[in-house]
Ligand binder design. Structure first.
Ligand code: NAD
Length: 492
């Protein structure tokens, strides 16, 4: 199916497409070539406020919040079906705009479909409780939608991470306003266009693209915003938390990571090497939960690094849209520069580059933002590349001598999103999983998550969670109702 990229990608407010109050459009780029891809409307603060007003009116005036969850479930199932029917088109659009390989984009779109279906199944199960209280009273709780919820998404999984907040908020009966990342707004806008055909009332799902500082802050500062979900960098996340605190509204924050992968001497090294490579070179390493620090037992250090390096050096770089490409470009020239600087700093701080380590610029790669899979061994713990999130295909390696050593190294980070460990020993697996300070732990598996499993970070990696069976309830507020049942005694 072709993708109509010549059609502008406008803001979606109240079921209508609009270039915004200023009528401004700017092109987004294809990171494989840095050529213009499609014109996108640039929203501003007044567009953000307009979207909030329209969303509030739809929340109050449409059936969405007032009808039972079963009707919402049907609309969401339909939405998932519409996306599934056009999965290939959406995957291609994601690849062209973000750079990831088509295989990865297809996987993302499948995850989005399944996520919407999952929360659709929860839409009519947002139950309250009856609470035993003293005396002749009935006490019960009700779960109500917040009203208008705001969702701010990053560029690395553009549609997947946008929908991760939007879909459960809609299932709970809220009206949502989504701000996609400025670099990658195409699939979010294309997705918003499906809402009408799914039978979702106009104004319940709105998409406002535009500069984050202006549009994002205008959305969160708007008095009609009753909850915000944010996925992105720590600095912006803390800013959102500050704004949300001033307004006393809940904020879910999914932030960065510097995740450890601990490999014990009894691990299956071939499987571990494949999992490690997938966990750091997938999506060109632009993953919040990338396993970016390999912590490996002394006795298998050389053998494992050799295996991972072999996989890394064989990976074929190329435009994500080309079927033979195994790794696409980084999202932007800025991201390319950032990754290159981190590798240079690791080198100058004593790290040994085992593979990769310089921008890929052979042939057509020179036009895009390509950086090859890179392994840096023996960088000191104080090195920037060891402490900070790089958000690129760069693995740093540290040897360990004992289990305590491994756990100490793994936890020696400000982040706590994800950790992996590889061992055949059951006791090691479970005891170390408990000791790792991370919201998600994978044992003998590359990073994996499902719509039904909670996803959230400890420490500087975030606050709250997405996904899992509680997620729809997390977009509701709880009200307690107490009813006095005592019947007055008749007089006389
Ligand atoms: P970013 O923080 O720069 O931007 C994220 C979003 O916030 C974008 O839509 C942006 O326009 C918007 N924004 C920017 N400034 C804003 C402001 N002042 N107010 C409101 N919104 C604002 O992040 P990014 O570069 O798009 O994404 C990369 C980061 O996201 C990495 O740190 C990565 O680890 C993190 N991330 C986390 C998860 C997770 O689930 N924990 C998932 C993916 C990415």
């Amino acid at each position: 199916m072709s993708t109509p990229l010549d059609r502008p990608f406008d803001l979606l407010i109240g079921g209508s497409e609009t270039p915004g109050t200023r009528g401004e459009r700017a092109p987004v780029k294809n990171p494989a070539s840095n050529e213009d891809l499609a014109p996108v409307a640039v929203g501003h603060a007044d567009d953000a406020r307009h979207a909030m007003e329209v969303a509030q009116a739809a929340f109050e005036g449409s059936w969405w919040a007032s009808d039972d969850g079963g009707r919402r479930a049907k609309a969401l199932w339909k939405l998932a079906g519409l996306l599934e029917a056009r999965l290939e088109e959406f995957a291609r659009l994601e690849t062209l705009n973000m750079g990831k390989t088509l295989k990865e984009a297809r996987g993302d779109m499948g995850f989005v479909v399944r996520s919407i279906e999952y929360v659709a199944g929860l839409a009519d199960k947002v139950e309250g409780e009856t609470v035993p209280v003293p005396g002749a009273r009935l006490d019960y709780t009700i779960r109500e939608p917040f009203g208008v919820t705001v969702h701010i998404a990053p560029w690395n999984y553009p549609l997947l991470l946008a929908i991760r907040g939007v879909a459960p908020a809609l299932a709970a009966g809220n009206a949502a306003v989504l701000k996609p990342a400025s670099l990658t707004p195409l699939t979010a806008i294309a997705f918003g266009r499906l809402a009408k055909d799914a039978g979702i009332p106009d104004g319940i799902l709105n998409v406002v693209a535009g500069p984050g500082g202006e549009v994002g802050e205008a959305l969160v500062n708007d008095l009609r915003c009753k909850s915000v979900s944010f996925t992105g960098s720590g600095d912006v996340g803390r800013r959102i938390a500050e704004l949300a605190a001033r307004r006393t509204i809940p904020a879910t924050l999914e932030l960065g990571g510097k995740s450890p992968v601990v490999v014990f001497p009894d691990a299956d090294l071939d499987r571990a090497a494949r999992g490690i490579a997938f966990g750091i070179f997938g999506n060109a390493g632009q993953m919040c939960w990338a396993g970016s620090r390999l912590i490996v037992h002394d006795s298998i250090h050389a053998a494992l690094v050799e295996r991972v390096a072999k996989i890394a050096s064989a990976m074929r770089l190329g435009p994500g849209i080309a079927p033979e490409s195994e790794m696409g470009p980084l999202v932007s020239p800025g991201q390319l520069e950032r990754v290159a600087e981190f590798v240079e700093s690791a080198r100058s701080e004593g790290g040994q580059v085992r593979t990769g380590g310089a921008r890929a610029s052979a042939g057509e790669l020179a036009q895009g933002n390509f950086y090859p899979p890179t392994i840096v061994d023996d960088a000191p713990p104080s090195a920037r590349a060891v402490r900070e999130e790089i958000f690129g295909p760069v693995l740093v390696v540290h040897p360990f001598a004992s289990t305590d050593d491994a756990v100490r190294l793994a936890n020696a980070t400000d982040f706590g999103l994800f950790a992996a460990l590889w061992t055949k020993d059951l006791a090691t697996a479970h005891t170390v999983a408990r000791r790792l300070e991370a919201g998600i732990v994978c044992v003998n598996e590359a990073p994996v998550t499902f719509p039904q499993t909670p996803f959230g970070g400890f420490k500087q990696s975030g606050l709250g969670f997405e996904q899992g069976s509680e997620v729809v309830r997390s977009y509701t507020r709880r009200k307690n109702v107490v009813v006095n049942l005592s019947v007055p005694k008749p007089k006389g």
